[in-house]
Design a protein around this ligand. Structure first.
Ligand code: MN
Length: 195
């Protein structure tokens, strides 16, 4: 995918113009503490998340192919100033019978949506990151995104360069408080398609 379209750059300059925006920034800085703790920004070229990215009228999403110790695809959905993120083993499937494991990972900053590069070996997530798809998402099913996320049943529509249509992320029982990881399943609703 070509780099010229700076997907997550601020639409109207980089200055925070309102208290509302400043508050969004405070909230996203708080949400990104886990992201920051895992990384050494002297060593990785990943964004530190300190650059404020203006909210967009539509919620953005990105999928990055991450050739780390194990190849996976990171699905990121814009949510209150950050990207909620899942590592999807083997990537999204267009077959509605095919449930793909999606491991919930830490929230990522919105400027991660432009990131491509190689994270050095030995650093967290060491390996190559490539943009695989991006575009916009919208919630489906009448619940707010936060409600749907909290309930472990997030239905959404993708309008991406590659992926289109209806998808759902379903949180697996027993993983919420038991294991260290929170596992979800990513499934298309049968209308998911690839352009
Ligand atoms: Mn990853």
């Amino acid at each position: 995918m070509g780099p010229p379209f700076r997907f997550n750059r601020n639409e109207k300059g980089s200055r925070l113009s309102s208290l509302g925006l400043a508050w969004d920034l405070v909230v996203s800085l708080r949400n990104l503490s886990t992201y920051r703790k895992k990384r050494d920004f002297e060593k990785t070229t990943e964004p530190s998340g300190e650059t404020a990215v203006a909210p967009s009228k539509r919620r953005r999403f990105v999928i990055q192919k991450h050739d780390a110790s194990r190849l996976h695809y990171d699905l990121r959905l814009e949510f209150d100033g950050v990207f909620k993120s899942w590592a999807v083993t083997r990537g999204p499937s267009l077959d509605p019978h095919d449930k793909r494991l999606a491991v919930e990972v830490e929230d990522h900053p919105l400027d991660y949506g432009d990131f491509e590069g190689t994270i050095p070996k030995g650093e967290y997530g060491g390996g190559t990151v490539q943009l695989w798809d991006r575009g916009y998402w919208s919630p489906e099913g009448g619940k707010s995104p936060q409600e749907a996320f909290d309930g472990g049943d997030l239905k959404f529509n993708l309008d991406g360069t590659r992926l289109q249509g209806s998808w759902v992320l379903v949180r697996m029982h027993g993983d919420r408080y038991g294991g260290k990881r929170t596992n979800w399943l990513l499934i298309t609703h049968g209308e998911g398609s690839e352009k």
